[in-house]
Each structure stands twice: as C-alpha cells, then as structure tokens.
Design a protein around this ligand. Structure first.
Ligand code: NAD
Ligand code: WQD
Length: 340
C-alpha cells in the first residue's frame, strides 16, 4: 500500500512538480488547492508525465470547516506538504491583511487539523527571504534571520515560528522547514511549468517572455552593486531538484526524525543577473534584449546557499546543470506561447 500525502497548493508551480516527484517515488497524492493562482491543467500535465492524476479537492485552506471535511476524507495521510500561500512580495505590501490571513490562517488551520486527524508530518515552504541582507555568504541555516522587509517575508518567518511552537507543544507532530532559494525552470517534458499572472515580477519568466516576444526588453535592475560584475547575485535552483527535496524531507521524517528540521535548498552557487542572461543565450541560442534600469527597492545585493546540511541529513543535493534548467524554461515558454 502506498503512503498518502496531502499537497496543499499542489496545482501551483512548485506543487505540481512535487506531485510528479512524489508519484515517481511511489506516494499517493491528494491535492488541496483553491485554484486562486493556478488551474487543474497542471494536474493534467502531472497525469501525462506520470500516468497518474492526483486526486484533487477544491478547498480554501483558510476556511477551516471546508478544510476539515477534506482532511476527514484523507485522515489516513501520513504527511502534508504545505505550499498553499500567496507569494507576490509587492502585493503583500499593498494588502498585508490578505497575506497574513491566507498564509498564516491557512497554516494554522492545517496544523490544527493535522492534530485533530493524527497526521504527523509537515513540510513547509519557507524562503531565502528570511535571511534578508545577510552579513556573510553563503548563508547556512545558522545565519541570523533579519527582520522581514515585506508582509510576504514576514509570513515565512512567522510561519516557521508557528510550526516550531506547535511541534514543541504537540510532540506527535514533526516538521521540515525548507528555505527555497530561487526556483526556476520546468519539467523537461514541458508538460508543466511556471504560469505567472500578468507581467512577471521574477527574473526567469521575464527572460522567457522577452525571448518569446511578449515583452519588449528585460529591465536589469541595477548594475552598480558591490558584486564581481555589479549585478545582483542569486542561487537559481532547478524546480525538479527542488521538488525531489520534498520527497527526501518526507522520507527523513517517515524514517523517524523527530522535531523540526530546517534546510536551505539551493545549488551552493551564485549567478548574477547578467550571467543568467548569458547562460540563457548559450543554452537556447536566443538573445534576450535588455537594458540597465534603476535598482529595484528592497533587492538583496547577493545571496546564495550553503546547502551542505540537506546533503548530509536528507541525502539531497541539486543535480541539474544550469544550462539544462534554462533550456527547460524556454521549452515550457515555447509550449505556452505556441512557438515551434
Ligand atoms: P504558486 O502560486 O504557483 O502555488 C501556490 C498554490 O497555492 C496555487 O496553486 C494557489 O492556487 C494555491 N493557494 C493559495 N492560497 C490557497 C488557499 N488559501 N487554499 C488553497 N490553495 C491556495 O506558487 P509557488 O511558486 O508554487 O509557491 C509555492 C510555495 O512556495 C508558496 O508557499 C511560496 O510562498 C513558496 N515559495 C516560493 C518561491 C518561488 O520563488 N516560487 C520561493 C520561496 C518560497
Ligand atoms: C532575481 C534577480 C532582481 C526581474 C523573489 C522574492 C522571494 C522569492 C523568490 C517567493 C534580482 C533581478 C528581476 C526583472 C531583474 N519568492 N530582476 N529584472 O527578488 O531574488 O526573490 O522571488 O517566495 O521571496 O523576493 O527573485 O526573480 O524577482 O529577482 O533584473 O525584471 O533578478 O533585481 O536581482 P528575488 P526575482
């Protein structure tokens, strides 16, 4: 009998790729999603890749009554991966209460119902944003956290703390907090990928949309940072590698790891915006027109991960070369845009 995992937000970008990784690892997957930032087309893609369509329940995690009914139908689950959240940093500044209610209300409901139905394990989507502007690089899990610069970031810091307190108080719960660096790319089949709404805030979809002619020109935010080439540096992690880390985290807890584990998920290498643009050209043969624009408020000059802890404890590390990740991002964009 395969073990059942509830994946909240499983129709979204990271969630759908994680559904693939879970099914490929032999888990049964049930997706809880209210489709506020996705459609079930992603689950059709999961089905085409794996031959199995995850069961889908349209439910809002912030609605405890509806979520209780969904949990009751799946009380045999051995774990929850909690992706469901809003993630637009700028919007969170405009609508902080919406973000706190959705991201923290949803999390609290999930934890409460895990207790009620004896579902012991949770994997939580945290973010490198919790490190703010770090004093030392690369960042380890011991690097001090900085005060959040947006309500979105605050929901990740608070979410981690809520989970730590819950596990301390209810020892039947176990948790893994995964701090994602910058996930990019798509499944190599181009059946699933990232589908941003409107003008992308993030670099990777902006690059692929510019390459596809949807955007005229990439604005590179700042060329005068104190970095080797003056451009901001990030740790871009392949989405399929990131997805597999969730399986590793679950296995670790199912094998008996107690308490709360916290792990950076990155490649351990930084790349600047210009390096990414150049690597995209090398990987795809497509030139992305760009211009240098003003710095974007709130941007961290440079951050990349030390991911040794995940390698040591979860036996996970990033494997996909950057060029392959960029090629997959472009394959997905071409598929979405109907480009041959
Ligand atoms: P996404 O928007 O593609 O996926 C989130 C999914 O959750 C969507 O399908 C959405 O419909 C669903 N959802 C939102 N609120 C819900 C609710 N109340 N009830 C049920 N479903 C709800 O985003 P993603 O990029 O896949 O991000 C997944 C998680 O990872 C989020 O928690 C996000 O904050 C976190 N994260 C993302 C990144 C990134 O760069 N993409 C980086 C760090 C952390
Ligand atoms: C990457 C680099 C930009 C767009 C954000 C959130 C973080 C997490 C991931 C969810 C930066 C530059 C970007 C553009 C550019 N999200 N850039 N032109 O800022 O590292 O992180 O997404 O959890 O919380 O803050 O990612 O992709 O927006 O930017 O030059 O049009 O690309 O300045 O240096 P970021 P990003």
């Amino acid at each position: 009998m395969s073990q059942k995992i509830i994946v909240t937000g499983g129709a979204g970008y990271i969630g759908s790729h994680t559904c693939v990784a879970l099914i490929e690892a032999g888990f049964e997957v049930v997706v809880f999603d209210n489709l506020s930032n996705s459609t079930t087309a992603s689950l059709d893609g999961v089905a085409r890749i794996t031959g199995t369509r995850p069961e889908f329940i349209n439910v809002d995690c912030a609605d405890i009554a509806a979520l209780r009914a969904a949990f009751a139908a799946h009380r045999d689950a051995v774990g929850v991966i909690h992706f469901a959240a809003y993630k637009a940093v700028g919007e969170s500044v405009e609508k902080p209460l919406l973000y706190y209610r959705n991201n923290l209300g949803g999390l609290i409901n999930v934890l409460d119902l895990m207790r009620e139905f004896d579902v012991p394990n949770i994997v939580f989507s945290s973010s490198a944003t919790v490190y703010g502007v770090p004093d030392t690089l690369p960042v380890t899990e011991e690097t001090p956290l900085q005060p959040a610069t947006s309500p979105y970031g605050a929901t990740k810091v608070m979410g981690e703390n809520i989970i730590r307190d819950a596990v301390r108080a209810y020892p039947q719960l176990r948790a893994t907090l995964l701090r994602y660096f910058n996930p990019i790319g798509a499944h190599p089949s181009a059946e699933i990928g990232e589908l941003p709404n409107g003008v992308p805030n993030n670099l990777m979809p902006y690059i692929t949309q510019t390459a596809a002619g949807i955007r005229e020109c990439l604005n590179i935010f700042g060329d005068d940072y104190d970095t080797p080439d003056g451009f901001c540096v990030r740790d871009y992690i392949d989405i399929n590698d990131l997805a597999r880390a969730h399986v590793a985290a679950l296995r670790h807890m199912l094998n008996g790891a107690d308490g709360v584990g916290t792990f950076n998920l990155g490649t351990g290498r930084g790349a600047s915006v210009m390096e990414l643009v150049n690597a995209f050209r090398t990987a795809t043969g497509v030139d992305v027109p760009y211009k240098i624009a003003a710095r974007r408020a709130g941007d961290v000059p440079a951050i990349w991960a030390n991911a040794d802890l995940a390698a040591r404890v979860l036996n996970w590390h990033a494997t996909v070369p950057l060029g392959e990740t960029l090629a997959s991002a472009w394959r997905w964009q071409k598929q979405v845009s109907g480009i041959k």
